[in-house]
Design a protein around this ligand. Structure first.
Ligand SMILES: NC(=O)c1ccc[n+]([C@@H]2O[C@H](COP(=O)([O-])OP(=O)(O)OC[C@H]3O[C@@H](n4cnc5c(N)ncnc54)[C@H](OP(=O)(O)O)[C@@H]3O)[C@@H](O)[C@H]2O)c1
Length: 324
C-alpha cells in the first residue's frame, strides 16, 4: 500500500480510502450489503494496508457507522476514520439534521457512540447549511475539537465561495478550520477543476473525491451501465451527468486504454485520479473483495501524459451535480 500525508494534517493515510456507503442495510438501498457480507470486505481492506475509511451518519441510517466501528474494534488507533453529519436522521425531528450547534453536538455524539470511538479522526460536514450562519457551525465544530471528540474538521460538496467563506471565518476568529474537501470528482465529472481544486491546493487541503468511478459508469461499457443491481437501482447514478457532454466517448476511451494495458476499466479510471496532484485519496465504493483488490493493484499502473490527455480530451462542461 502507498501512503500519503492528508493535506496539511501531518496524518498518513492510504492512497485509497474505503467508502462505507455500501455497507449497512439492504433495507436502506437495494445494493447495500448487510453486516455479515460487509465485514469480510473491511477485513480485506485492512489486510491490504488500507487505514482510511469514510462513512456518514445517514448511510443506512447509522448502520454503516455501527458496522465500521465493530469491524475496527481493537485496532481503532491504527485507523483513520472519517464520518459526516448534516442530513436529517429522524424525519420527525428537524433538529436531527442541519449544522446548528444543537444538531452538530447531538449527531456527533450519536456517531461517536455508533462507531464506538471517543475521538473521531475526521468529522466532515456533508453539505452546506444555508439556514445556519457558518460562524455558528465553525464554533460548534471547533468546540468538538477542544472537547477531544474530533481531531480534524472536513467539508464536503459545496461551492468554492462557500468553502472560502468557511476558511476565512475560522481564520478571522481563531478557530480550527476545514483541512479536507470530499468532493464529487472523476473522469466523467470534472467541474471541480475550475474553482474548488485550485482553492484546495492553495490552502493545503487534503482532497478525497467521492464516487471516483462515477458510481460504476466508468467500470463497464456505458451500454451495460444498468447490468448490475446498483446500476439498475441507484437513482443518483442516473441523476449525475456522467453520460452527458463527452461522457460516452470518455467511457469508450477508458475501455480502449484498459484493453491496451491489459487492466480493467475501473483500474484506468482510478489510475487517472492517482495521477492527479490535487488528489490525496479517492474514496472507493465496492461490494466485492475482487474489486477492492483491483483498486489496490491500480496503484501500480503508469499512465503517460499522453494517456492522461487522451482520456481527458472528450470532456465537455456539464451541469453541476452533487450539491446545490
Ligand atoms: N460526500 C458525499 O456527498 C458522497 C456522495 C457519494 C459517495 N460518497 C462516499 O464515496 C464512496 C464511494 O462512492 P460510490 O460508491 O458512489 O462510488 P464509486 O466508487 O464511484 O462507484 C462504486 C461502484 O463502482 C463499482 N466498482 C468498483 N470497483 C469496481 C471494479 N473494479 N470493477 C467493476 N465495478 C467496480 C461498484 O460495484 P461493486 O459494488 O460490484 O464493486 C459500485 O457499483 C461512498 O462509499 C461514500 O463513502 C460521498
Amino acid at each position: 500500500m502507498e501512503y500519503t500525508t492528508l493535506g496539511d494534517t501531518g496524518m498518513e493515510v492510504s492512497r485509497i480510502c474505503l467508502g462505507c456507503m455500501s455497507f449497512g442495510s439492504s433495507d436502506w438501498r437495494e445494493w447495500v450489503l448487510d453486516e455479515d457480507e460487509s465485514m469480510p470486505i473491511i477485513e480485506r481492506a485492512i489486510d491490504l494496508g488500507i487505514n482510511f475509511f469514510d462513512t456518514a451518519n445517514m448511510y443506512s441510517k447509522g448502520e454503516s457507522e455501527r458496522i465500521l466501528g465493530k469491524a475496527l474494534e481493537g485496532r481503532r488507533d491504527e485507523m483513520v476514520v472519517a464520518t459526516k453529519g448534516y442530513f436529517q436522521m429522524d424525519e420527525n425531528d428537524p433538529n436531527s439534521g442541519g449544522l446548528s450547534r444543537k444538531a452538530i453536538e447531538q449527531e456527533l455524539d450519536n456517531s461517536r457512540e455508533r462507531l464506538g470511538m471517543d475521538t473521531i479522526d475526521l468529522y466532515q460536514i456533508h453539505r452546506w447549511d444555508p439556514d445556519t450562519p457558518i460562524e455558528t457551525t465553525m464554533r460548534a465544530l471547533d468546540d468538538a475539537v477542544r472537547r477531544e471528540k474530533v481531531r480534524y474538521l472536513g467539508a464536503s460538496s459545496m461551492w468554492a465561495h462557500q468553502l472560502a467563506e468557511a476558511l476565512y471565518t475560522s481564520e478571522r476568529i481563531g478557530l480550527d478550520r476545514f483541512v479536507t474537501m470530499q468532493n464529487h470528482y472523476n473522469l466523467a465529472y470534472r467541474e471541480e477543476e475550475r474553482e474548488m481544486l485550485p482553492l484546495c491546493e492553495k490552502e493545503g487541503m487534503g482532497v478525497i473525491p467521492w464516487s471516483p468511478l462515477a458510481r460504476g459508469f466508468l467500470t463497464r461499457p456505458y451500454e451495460a451501465f444498468e447490468d448490475t443491481t446498483r446500476g439498475k437501482t441507484d437513482d443518483y447514478a442516473h441523476e449525475h451527468p456522467y453520460a452527458e457532454g463527452g461522457g460516452e466517448e470518455i467511457n469508450e476511451r477508458v475501455q480502449e486504454l484498459a484493453a491496451e494495458k491489459g487492466v480493467t476499466m475501473a483500474q484506468i479510471a482510478l489510475s487517472w485520479l492517482f495521477h492527479k496532484d490535487a488528489v490525496d485519496a479517492p474514496i472507493v465504493g465496492t461490494t466485492s473483495i475482487e474489486h477492492l483488490e483491483e483498486a489496490v493493484e491500480a496503484l501500480d499502473i503508469d499512465l503517460s501524459s499522453g494517456d492522461m490527455a487522451y482520456l481527458e480530451e472528450p470532456y465537455e462542461p456539464v451541469r453541476v451535480s452533487g450539491h446545490q
